[in-house]
Design a protein around this ligand. Structure first.
Ligand code: ATP
Ligand code: MG
Length: 558
């Protein structure tokens, strides 16, 4: 699978290189992407996906997709399917290596028995609250449970009865027997199993004890033969437990956990829990609302997977957390779309223009370049006629000094065609609003230059009224007003009330007619747009992917 966009200049690649040299893991590279199916993937996950799948591909290794479905009360099949679709869309493939932590429940149980046998785990009757209270603090050691020194036989009996369903939720837990005085709280006899009489989305009602994440994760890695278990920094303190567990179960080639900094983006929430709240409380239209930083959201908005991969490569992999500007992600999107998106003319707020000296019923076709950045993109015919639409903002009745576009008596160029001159302004008598411009065109300026050498100071875009398609255009802005959405407490208070503006009655070049949802364009002077699945045969719906203004290129000097 493609390593395209993977940037090998990172410290994890350095570790892999060294492992290859020393022969650790027999030179194998086997990674995994382990989402918990409790929500849709977001842009932060993209970094982890690109790193896991990308480093495996780059090193001739393999990457598994594993659903971390140890928590029976939360997972849903909808999320599983969405996650698979998103990983594929990003350009990665797990081939036949789709796994679930729940597939390993039997093996995990066997290993728990093994730990008990070795005197390395015990059943504790303390309540969850008591266990928490006795765990100690960063400065004080924890207290040993009175049940800590039960015999192996008693522990085996109680653990089997826990599995058999003899005890209610919370009555007992299985704990690792490590060190209650450890400076690392994660090693103070962490809970490995809890009782939970709950159905599991895959395992059904087979189990009423469920492994904790900290137990299931390293051992799932061990079962799959993972070599480099890449995770985010908050698990750094869990690494000693990870190592302890993989050592105790005595697998031949122990996986190593490597932590990297999670991706945080300005004005963006990257927490599935937070995003779920936005969906469930109706602040957005769904997980795939184009304002959402979910992969399904940015896909619908028009972000190309290639751009996300190159963004992930550019932000790199670090060991300290930082905040990346959303503008940098947009920069990657613009850079890709500038090279690949066909140009089109679209008028978002139309103003009618009649060319009074252009013959009624006549149509001309102009061949227009599809993409000046890509000579192979060719040209397309664009029809021109007597009645056109231009942008309302391209005309001012009383223009200020630096306004060079259309005004009464003034001449401008219509992109790729002729010079036109505004002769008369027609207003709605009731409202006084300008509803039409009556202009003349100069046939001598065909192609956009005047033979007598006279110049115009502006070129504006247009569409032919009789040929244009109808469109609805959705303009998006940041979902949050603050760089850190959680600033001041609740992120709901920082939602941008103007994150969506819907324009109806827009007019687009006939060339886009019949295009499929997901098609992306650059509308001249407006930005990048993508056709939304809400489109109908009569009216196309466009999402604005990004404006043309690249604020990141400016600050970064790119
Ligand atoms: P969330 O808080 O959004 O639920 P999570 O870490 O609980 O995130 P998981 O489904 O457990 O979500 O994540 C799957 C993988 O993606 C993990 O390895 C996790 O470390 C990684 N990941 C999650 N968020 C980010 C992020 N912002 N940047 C990089 N990697 C991330
Ligand atoms: Mg998680």
């Amino acid at each position: 699978m493609a390593a395209e966009g993977y940037n090998p200049a990172n410290f994890i690649q350095d570790i892999i290189n060294e492992d290859k040299q020393t022969g650790r893991h027999d030179g194998r590279v086997h990674t995994r992407f382990p989402p918990e199916p409790n929500g849709y993937l977001h842009i932060g996950h993209a970094k982890s996906i690109c790193l896991n799948f990308g480093s495996a591909a780059f090193n001739g290794g393999l990457c598994n997709l594993r659903f971390d479905d140890t928590n029976p009360t939360k997972e849903e099949d909808e999320y599983v399917e969405a996650i698979k679709a998103d990983v594929r869309w990003l350009g990665f493939d797990w081939d036949d290596r789709l796994f679930h932590a729940s597939d390993y429940f039997d093996q995990l149980y066997e290993w728990a028995i093994k730990l008990i046998d070795k005197g390395k785990a015990y059943v504790d009757d303390l309540s969850p609250d008591e266990i928490r209270e006795q765990r100690g603090t960063l400065t004080e050691p924890g207290k040993e449970s009175p049940y800590r020194n039960r015999s192996v036989e008693e522990n085996l009996d109680l653990f089997r009865r826990m599995k058999a369903g003899e005890f209610p939720d919370g009555a007992r837990v299985l704990r690792a027997k490590i060190d209650m005085a450890s400076g690392n709280i994660n090693l103070r006899d962490p809970v490995l199993y809890r009782i939970l009489h709950a159905e599991h989305h895959r395992a059904g009602s087979k189990w009423c004890i469920y492994p904790m994440y900290d137990y299931a994760h390293p051992l799932s890695d061990a079962i799959e033969g993972i070599t480099h278990s890449i995770c985010t920094l908050e698990f750094e303190d869990h690494r000693p437990l990870y190592n302890w567990l993989t050592e105790q179960v005595e697998v031949p080639d122990r996986p190593q956990q490597i932590e990297f900094a999670r991706l945080n983006l300005t004005n963006t929430l990257t927490s599935k829990r937070g995003l779920r709240r936005l969906v469930q409380e109706g602040y957005v239209g769904g997980w795939d609302d184009p304002r959402m930083p979910t992969l399904s959201g940015v896909r619908r908005r028009g972000y190309p997977p290639e751009a996300i991969r190159s963004f992930c490569g550019e932000v790199g992999v670090a060991k300290t957390n930082s905040l990346v500007s959303f503008a940098q992600l947009e920069h990657s999107v613009r850079e890709f779309l500038n090279r690949t998106a066909p140009r089109m003319m679209a008028v978002l707020r139309p103003l009618k223009v009649t060319l009074t000296n252009y013959p009624e019923g006549q149509t001309e076709e102009f061949e227009v370049e599809n993409n000046p950045e890509d000579p192979a993109a060719g040209t397309r015919p664009v029809p021109f006629s007597r009645t056109l639409y231009i942008e309302q903002e391209d005309f001012m009745e009383e223009p200020p000094p630096k306004y060079f576009r259309l005004a009464p008596g003034r001449e401008v160029r219509l992109k790729g065609t002729y010079f036109i001159k505004c002769q008369e302004v027609v207003k709605d008598p009731a409202t006084g609003q300008v509803v039409e411009l009556r202009c003349t065109y100069d046939p001598e300026t065909r192609g956009g230059e005047a033979p007598d050498g006279r110049k115009v100071k502006a070129t504006i875009h247009w569409v032919s009224a009789a040929h244009a398609g109808d469109a609805t255009v959705r303009l998006y802005d940041n979902l949050f007003l603050t760089e850190n959405p959680a600033e001041g407490g609740d992120f709901i208070a920082n939602l941008n009330p103007k994150s969506l503006e819907t324009l109806t009655g827009c007019k687009v070049e006939p060339g886009v007619a019949g295009a499929a949802p997901g098609s992306r364009y650059q509308f001249l002077r407006h930005g990048y747009f993508c056709i939304d699945p809400d489109s109908t045969p009569e009216t196309l719906v466009f999402n604005r992917t990004a404006t043309l203004r690249d604020t990141w290129a400016k600050v970064s000097g790119k």
